[in-house]
Every structure is written in structure tokens, then in C-alpha cells.
Design a binder for this molecule. Structure first.
Ligand SMILES: [Zn+2]
Length: 63
């Protein structure tokens, strides 16, 4: 990847901040049918499948 192309990518902290602001205090049913609650240490992790429409599952179902 060229130096110029690398500059198009923002830092992971920015993505983290966006997700934390949006997800704070929220609970969701995922595409796999399992549940996700933001900010719980023993809760499900999530996997986001890229594409035209994002598919969001728990990490167990993401494999
Ligand atoms: Zn699942």
C-alpha cells in the first residue's frame, strides 16, 4: 500500500469512539438470532461481515 493510500485510513480509536457513542446502553438481536448487549464483559462479541449490506452476528456464529 502506498503512503498516499494509507492516509485514507483513519485510526481505530475513531471507529471505537463512533461505535461506543452509538451503542452505549443498547441491546440488540443479531442476524444470527443471538443477542448483544453493549459494555458487558461476559456478553457476546460481534462479527461484522463486510459487503453491500452488513451482516452482524455474534462471534461464535461468525466463523
Ligand atoms: Zn450467534
Amino acid at each position: 500500500m502506498t503512503k498516499e493510500k494509507k492516509q485514507h485510513y483513519k485510526e481505530p480509536d475513531e471507529l471505537r469512539q463512533i461505535l461506543e457513542e452509538v451503542l452505549k446502553g443498547k441491546k440488540y438481536r443479531l442476524d444470527c438470532g443471538h443477542h448483544f448487549t453493549y459494555g458487558t464483559y461476559l456478553g457476546n462479541d460481534i462479527t461484522i461481515r463486510n459487503g453491500k449490506h452488513l451482516t452482524i452476528t455474534c462471534s461464535q456464529c461468525g466463523y
